[in-house]
Design a protein around this ligand. Structure first.
Ligand SMILES: *[C@@H]1O[C@H](CO)[C@@H](O)[C@H](O)[C@H]1NC(C)=O
Length: 607
């Protein structure tokens, strides 16, 4: 009897303790400063209901928008603007037929890109870096069994998964040794010292399966992979599937869509470029995008042919590169086996020692022209730029992403404007993140007293800011500790802030949003567009439905869209979200009555 009584009392005690601690937990959970726009979803829901009746009354005059169907199976991996047969018919040749030519692509019927039959939602970062679903990418077994290059060998296939060696994988990871080798060739003790030595951004031309970039990422470097469009086994599609920065890009005829003086390292491991052709035009393009004091790393089987003898063609190509690089003020730092490291000069005076008539000459005249569909140049650019600062004498990452007043002066940006922008984003990110939950679309009342759980910090990985301005969204996401990377897109014909974004050590690109973006379907988790729609509607006159179809194409199933714009524009956009079959909610911003937020999620449609 006593014993039973004891048990009863202790049970009671346990219940009391548990109860009180859960109360404490609850009060703790609700005590941190809540987003200032709205405190919980209940309020939000009330707001949304009000919005809804408002929209209904507004859309009375609009013809009931029809939901679009999924396209056929052929659209599963469709990337517009890369139609080789159309390009050939138009007379393009010498590799230019593989280039991007939107003007030659006809606009097909309007439909939603269909996911492959075996498509599965990608694993969350960082697990998704090492394991992807094979049904999500277009690749055949033979393809990677036969793929021979160093950066391509690092994958194995298991049932329906492709796994890449993880950082602590038991199998010797060639990429780690390779990265250490490059660091040593630059004169560093190890690859841990890249950041200390002034390196932050890397342009990886033809990145294999992105493993080099994945390793550099762990060393706090930002590696952007570019590769030409490939129908099967695309390097860009694989890198993005793993959550690594990548885009389709090539410089056969045109410059890359980056300004001059953009990257700290340009890397090419058997990337398939004939550097000696066209009087070194490809090397001039590498020189253009390299920052002063930056490095060009080339790994290429130049010295030996397959049989072991000297490969004379490769030898000639190397001789050309060695001779040409001297003329453009690069110095060969080191050669080990098949890897070469050149350094671009940090001294403008180097060019002065060239004789008049030396080719290539320095570019004259306007230097900071936007490099969108600009033909490759045959002159050395960037030497007149205010941004000519060697990577060794700049502040190191992560100090350099907060711009100083003197940085802002170089970019012609008003300091107050910049600070205001930066503060805006800090609070906006807090608010956005709390909206990223299917709860905001749900009409089911929750249990009273329940606090709304915040989404996990790693629920999105590949983010695109479609109108990046100074990169403030990227900055705020970093500060908030989100495990994302951001493709900062600066639309053409807006104020050209891309050089500033790249100088902050972020990824960025110029783009014309009246055209498709050079990426594969289902490659981003979140698209963000502040002020983009009003810019496009007022200045560019492109079709917003086509823009939304393109956004739907590049968005992963269950991915998010956050649009902030003027009320009238958001109301129009809201109608289009019905056509593209997104869940959408319009949200008021108490801080600004003329603006609205449109939060959307793309559902995982199968038919
Ligand atoms: C590519 O171009 C050819 C020739 O103009 C055309 O027949 C074909 O339908 C195009 N393919 C796509 C996917 O647009």
């Amino acid at each position: 009897m006593n014993w039973l009584l004891m048990l009863f009392i202790s049970l009671l005690a346990v219940i009391t303790i548990l109860g009180s601690s859960s109360n404490t937990l609850r009060s703790l959970a609700s005590s941190p400063p809540l987003p200032d726009i709205y405190t919980n979803y209940r309020k939000l829901r009330e707001k949304a209901v009000a919005d809804f009746s408002e929209i209904r009354s507004l859309s009375v005059g609009i013809v009931n928008p029809k939901e679009l169907d999924l396209c056929g199976k052929e659209s599963e991996n469709f990337v517009p603007c890369y139609n080789v047969s159309a390009n050939l018919q138009a007379g393009l040749q010498y590799g230019e037929e593989f280039d991007r030519h939107c003007e030659l692509s006809r606009i097909g019927e309007r439909c939603l890109a269909r996911p492959p039959k075996d498509y599965k939602i990608t694993l969350r970062w960082p697990a998704g870096k090492d394991v992807i679903w094979s049904g999500n990418v277009k690749i055949t077994k033979d393809q990677f069994l036969s793929s021979g290059s160093m950066t391509k060998r690092l994958m194995l296939l298991e049932e329906n998964q492709i796994s890449f060696h993880s950082e602590d994988g038991a199998i010797v990871d060639g990429v780690k040794d390779y990265s250490r080798q490059i660091a040593e060739m630059i004169g560093l003790g190890s690859d841990m010292e890249f950041v200390q030595s002034g390196v932050r951004t890397v342009l990886d031309i033809g990145c294999g399966f992105g493993s080099f970039g994945a390793h550099l990422f762990s060393l706090k470097l930002m590696t952007v992979c570019i590769a030409a469009y490939e129908i099967f086994g695309s390097q860009v599609q694989l890198a993005l599937e793993r959550g690594l920065p990548a885009m389709i890009g090539s410089f056969v005829a045109n410059q890359l869509p980056y300004p001059s003086l953009s990257y700290d390292i340009v890397h090419c491991a058997q990337c398939g470029i004939s550097w000696h052709k066209k009087d070194g035009a490809s090397l001039i393009e590498v020189d253009r995008v390299l920052k002063p004091g930056g490095y060009f790393v080339l790994t290429s089987p130049v010295t030996k042919s397959r049989g072991g003898g000297v490969n004379s063609k490769a030898r000639n190509s190397l001789t050309f590169i060695e001779e040409f690089t001297k003329r453009i003020c690069w110095s060969l730092l080191s050669q080990q086996e098949e890897t070469f490291v050149w350094q671009k000069t940090a001294e403008i005076s180097c060019y002065a020692s060239r004789k008049p008539g030396d080719v290539p000459p320095l570019c004259k005249g306007e230097q900071d022209k936007q490099s969108y569909y600009q033909p490759l140049t045959s002159c050395i650019s960037g030497t007149n730029s205010k941004r000519w600062v060697s990577i060794q004498s700049r502040p190191r990452w992560p100090t350099n992403y907060q711009l100083t007043p003197s940085d802002l002066k170089v970019h012609g940006v008003d300091a107050d404007d910049y600070v205001e922008d930066s503060n805006y984003w800090k609070s906006a990110v807090k608010n956005y993140w709390s909206l990223l939950t299917p709860l905001i679309f749900s009409d089911h009342p929750k249990r009273p007293g329940d606090e709304d759980p915040l989404p996990p910090f790693n629920m999105v990985r590949n983010v695109m800011d479609m109108n990046a301005h100074y990169g403030g969204f990227n900055d705020a996401l970093l500060e908030a500790g989100k495990s994302v990377w951001v493709m900062n897109v600066v639309p053409v014909r807006t104020s050209n802030s891309l050089p500033l974004i790249l100088d902050r050590g972020f990824a960025g690109v110029l783009h014309d949003w009246c055209e498709p973006f050079p990426t594969y379907p289902r490659t981003y988790d979140m698209l963000h567009a502040r002020g983009l729609l009003s810019h496009l509607v007022h200045n560019e006159g492109c079709n917003i439905l086509d823009l939304f179809l393109e956004m739907d194409r590049i968005l992963r199933p269950e991915g998010w869209v956050v649009i902030c714009d003027k009320v009238q524009i958001i109301e129009r956009a809201r109608a289009i979200t019905t056509q593209v079959r997104w869940d959408a909610r319009m949200i008021e911003l108490p801080s600004d009555n003329n603006q609205r937020l449109l939060v959307c999620q793309k559902p995982f449609l199968k038919k």
